[in-house]
Write a protein that binds this ligand. Structure first.
Ligand code: FAD
Length: 636
């Protein structure tokens, strides 16, 4: 037999679920070779996660698939809370209806789309890029990481042998980590998690050498075991059935998000498209918890009917159902071996799907890691030490998010089990948390605080423009043509940083001069010129954007310094870097300065990282502060 073929790739991703596909999307159009392998025979057919937070939808916008995802999604607008009757009578009554809204977002907070469609859009977005290859029915059999060369930037320390596998589709209902097994409508198992064997009739094993390996291989992660990463935490005492079906019911709020609390438990009901609803149904059996393996569809529906009585709940068509026992666990490491191996998504944290966080957090983990790997693999990070500093921020930023999520999840499950008198207030707080608005990454090379600001502590958290927090989204219009845009839609995932200058009312001569001086400095600065305005036609690593609040007809775009409207021989002026916070023709006024609490006379400058998080907040003309940020990042 001939020796196995050997292939060199920059990045090997194990697992093509939400995390793996979201990570791969960062490498579209980059001169970086990526291989994704997945043991399943093809894309996920149905089931599992559902529910996209608006911050995840911003990621899809940045990948260019926002419109397709939105078009298929179902918007959630209202939450109804039902509870037992206070007069001692039987049954449940509506207590209140709460808008499903977080005011700071200024846009829908959550939409529903099933995981398979989300994966579909992410997959199709990478298929046309020949630097990214995806192989299904393929799993790694061994991994070896040569620690002698992990410190040098351009080495290939990761060796993996791949095999063609047939996934065992006849496994019994035995996976209790975060979902047991997936059942098709007819009751057959469609994606057993356990056991895959090399397919002896298929292609020979393939040896892969890679610079980096990332495990996006789900709750049973193979790579996690190879890296000796342990999960901390436990099984909870909650067993749920999840059902996607067309309900035939006289329950009046069947098309609203509903929390239905009855003596026998709390159902979460969420409307989806195609007349379907998703129901999360707690199942108990006396004092003992049932084994999810033993749960039948009828038993889950009996539990649902008991809670929803006296309203009826008959079953129309069922597109998917599952039963699971919740585990709340977080890995003790998110990266290993000098930041050559990473774990992302369910591979390194699991929790109850009731808060709708699994798919969202997995995609957001991947989004956090992706730009750092892209920058490194493109050779933009100047030294090996800087490479490690940057890649280490994946763990320092995302592990606390996972830990917070578990803490939240525990409270959330309790809220369901024994709701307090403040149930609705707690739900509203939860909405903010699950949308990701309380995430604040700690200081690092990528999140720089001015000296002394650490002491301000929690008071900073109230403000919107804070280093380490996501740039709040806001609507402005393009100076050149008045077309309105949300800023995150404009921040496509190109790997670029943005220096965003909130220049104030530049019809005023002082503000105008300040903007000119800043522009001239940035365009000529020795340390920044090559990243802001590269000589060749290549994309700059740093885009300089201006958001002003003057009347548009008082601003002459082409009279601004070149860095704000650069010229290229291929496509002329770049008209898409200057924005105005003014009334638009059709969509009203975004009031960006007001929302961000920026003084129109004073302004400020914000360094935005490629993932839309804030790297630094500076005085509007603090050009040295901008230089310091990029020196700290050590990029060129
Ligand atoms: P996965 O989706 O598990 O993907 C891992 C991939 O790796 C799979 O494609 C698998 O085939 C592949 N793989 C595994 N091992 C190997 C190997 N050795 N070699 C090669 N490939 C491998 N989340 C929400 O946000 N909202 C919800 O409403 C929600 N509801 C849920 C309902 C249920 C019943 C369940 C079970 C989960 C739910 N979740 C929900 C959670 C969500 O499905 C997961 O958190 C999410 O899929 C995690 O994405 P991932 O890419 O990290 O892992």
């Amino acid at each position: 037999m001939s020796p196995p073929a050997s292939t060199k790739v920059d990045l090997l991703i194990v697992g093509a679920g939400p995390a793996g596909l979201a990570l791969a999307n960062w490498f579209r159009g980059a001169n970086i070779k990526v291989l994704i392998v997945d043991k399943k025979p093809g894309p996920t057919p149905r089931g599992q996660a559902e529910g996209l937070k608006s911050t995840t939808n911003e990621i899809f916008d940045s990948y260019g698939i926002g419109p397709q995802v939105t078009a298929e999604s179902w918007r959630l607008e209202e939450i109804a809370c039902w509870g037992t009757r206070k007069d001692g009578g039987e049954g449940i009554v509506r207590e209140q209806v709460i808008p499903d809204r977080v005011a700071e977002l200024g846009k829908p907070r959550e939409t529903m789309l099933q995981q398979s469609r989300v994966e579909h859009h992410m997959l199709h977005n990478i298929l046309s890029h020949d630097n990214i290859e995806i192989r299904y029915s393929t799993a790694p059999m061994s991994v070896d990481i040569d620690t002698s060369c992990v410190h040098e930037t351009n080495t290939f320390p990761v060796s993996v042998s791949l095999e063609k596998v047939t996934t065992n589709t006849n496994t019994t209902n035995g996976d209790t980590t975060n979902g047991t097994s997936c059942h098709a409508t007819n009751g057959h198992h469609i994606n057993g998690q356990n056991g895959h064997q090399p397919d002896e009739h298929d292609a020979p094993s393939d040896k892969i050498s890679a610079k980096y390996i990332v495990g996006c291989d789900g709750a049973h992660s193979w790579l996690r075991k190879q890296l000796d990463v342990s999960l901390e935490g436990d099984l909870t005492d909650s067993v749920f059935g999840v059902v996607d079906m067309v309900p035939k019911s006289n329950f009046p709020d069947i098309r609203r998000v509903c929390y239905l609390r009855a003596a026998s438990g709390t159902i979460l009901l969420v409307p989806r498209s195609n007349k379907e609803v998703r129901m999360y149904i707690p199942v108990e059996s006396g004092t003992a918890l049932p084994d999810p393996k033993d749960l039948t569809f009828d038993r889950v529906m009996d539990a649902a009917r008991k809670i929803i009585a006296p309203y009826t709940m008959e079953v129309g068509s069922v597109s998917w159902w599952s039963a699971y026992r919740v585990r709340q666990r977080v890995g003790n490491h998110f990266s290993r071996l000098n930041e050559r191996a990473f774990l992302v998504g369910d591979a390194v944290h699991t929790h109850s799907p009731k808060a709708g966080q699994g798919m969202n957090t997995s995609i957001q983990d991947a989004y956090n890691l992706g730009w750092k790997l892209r920058l490194t693999l493109k050779g933009k990070v100047r030294s090996s030490g800087a490479r490690q500093d940057l890649l280490r921020t994946y763990e320092s930023e995302r592990r606390p998010v996972a830990l917070d999520l578990i803490a939240f999840d525990k409270g959330f499950l309790k809220l369901f089990a024994a709701p307090s008198a403040q149930f609705d207030t707690e739900i509203l707080q939860a909405l903010k948390f699950t949308t990701g608005l309380s995430i604040r990454y700690p200081p690092s090379c990528a999140v720089q605080l001015p000296k002394g600001i650490e002491q301000l502590g929690p008071s900073l958290l109230k403000a919107d423009l804070v280093p380490g927090k996501r740039l709040p989204d806001f609507r402005v219009v393009y100076q050149a043509d008045g077309v309105p845009t949300w800023m995150h839609k404009r921040l496509s995932a190109t790997g670029q940083f943005r220096v965003m200058i909130f220049a104030g009312d530049i019809s005023d001569s002082t503000a105008s001069k300040r903007l000119h001086d800043v522009g001239k400095y940035l365009g000529e600065s020795k340390s920044l010129k090559h990243v802001v305005m590269p000589q060749s036609e290549q994309e700059p690593l740093v885009e300089v954007l201006v958001v002003h609040c003057a009347e548009r007809d008082l601003v002459d775009l082409l009279a601004l310094p070149e860095v704000y409207r650069p010229w290229s021989d291929e496509s002329g002026y770049d008209f898409w870097r200057v924005f105005a916070d003014v009334e638009s023709v059709h969509d009203g006024h975004g009031r960006a300065y007001e929302r961000l609490e920026i003084d129109r006379q004073v302004g400020c400058t914000v360094v935005v990282r490629p993932d839309g998080y804030i790297g630094a907040v500076l005085e509007v003309d603090d050009v040295e502060g901008v230089e310091r940020y990029f020196e700290g990042m050590n990029v060129s």
